[in-house]
Ligand binder design. Structure first.
Ligand code: ADP
Ligand code: MG
Ligand code: MG
Length: 252
């Protein structure tokens, strides 16, 4: 589904990603961990196609397409969902309208007609129930005045409605409280299937107590220096990151 090969990227002329490799297949949940400043959020931003991030080498394919060739909008339309630590607020645009627009853009990209009103309502109901989303939030302006927990709930509801193929959730550093952590993990656990994939970016092992990943990777100084299964996350919790310095030095 996602294949990243030797990805190099700079911000303000400073190289942050220094040859990163990652393969994600349908049905998999990957966790990317790593110390502060290692480049985790930069990776998410580069995949999203954010301004100011310059790709200087390597390839990224998503569902067989060259992702780096697509505009940020087309990346989203083709099924890549990125949730950030600080979601945007869009005053005056209701959650529902935002969702309908996003959904129809995805459908148009796949040569499908706009969703019928009745079908949209049916889906809203079904997904609200699935991820325990309060319908009052759906009618409010997107993220405006939402608490941290409400933003997380909303993010998961968007995921449920848009059914992206690949979701990248950057939860680092923001100190998710325990409620937000539960909301995110319950949502992801309900939505994960053999057809989609998740990349969870997290500074702490805590999130992985709730979502059991298939693979754990350590990002260090712009490269993935170690990969393993969930046991690696426990090892990191116990020993920190410093013991990986030697692995990092040996990485190509
Ligand atoms: P992480 O998410 O792993 O904590 P980041 O990707 O946020 O790490 O940051 C990696 C490095 O890139 C840091 O040294 C950070 O200072 C730098 N960096 C990130 N974004 C910018 C930016 N917009 N301008 C300049 N430097 C940046
Ligand atoms: Mg950081
Ligand atoms: Mg970060």
């Amino acid at each position: 589904m996602l294949s990243i090969k030797n990805l190099k990227a700079s911000v303000d002329g400073k190289e942050i990603l220094k040859g990163l490799d990652l393969e994600v297949k349908a049905g998999e949940v990957h966790a990317i961990m790593g110390p502060n400043g290692s480049g985790k959020s930069t990776l998410a931003s580069v995949l999203a196609g954010k301004d100011n991030y310059e790709v200087t080498g390597g390839q990224v394919t998503f569902e067989g397409k060259d992702l780096l060739d697509l505009s940020p909008e087309d990346r989203a339309r083709s099924g890549l969902f990125l949730a950030f630590q600080y979601p945007v607020e869009i005053p005056g645009v209701s959650n529902i309208n935002f969702l309908k627009t996003a959904m129809n853009e995805m459908r148009a990209y796949n040569n499908l007609p706009p969703i019928e009103a009745k079908e949209f309502l049916r889906m809203m109901k079904e997904k609200q129930k699935l991820v325990e989303f309060d319908s009052a939030l759906a009618n409010r302006s997107l993220n405006e005045g939402f608490s941290g927990g409400e933003k997380k709930r909303n993010e998961i509801f968007q995921l449920a409605m848009l059914e992206p193929k690949l979701s990248i959730l950057d939860e680092t550093d923001s100190g998710l409280d325990i409620d937000a952590l539960r909301i995110v993990s319950r949502g992801v656990n309900k939505l994960r299937s053999g057809k989609n994939a998740f990349v969870l970016i997290t500074h702490y092992q805590r999130l992985l107590e709730y979502i059991v990943p298939d693979y754990v990777h350590v990002l260090w100084n712009g490269q993935i220096v170690k990969s393993g299964t969930k046991e690696l996350a426990l090892e990191l919790e116990e020993k920190g990151y410093d013991w990986l310095k030697e692995d990092a030095a040996a990485a190509p």
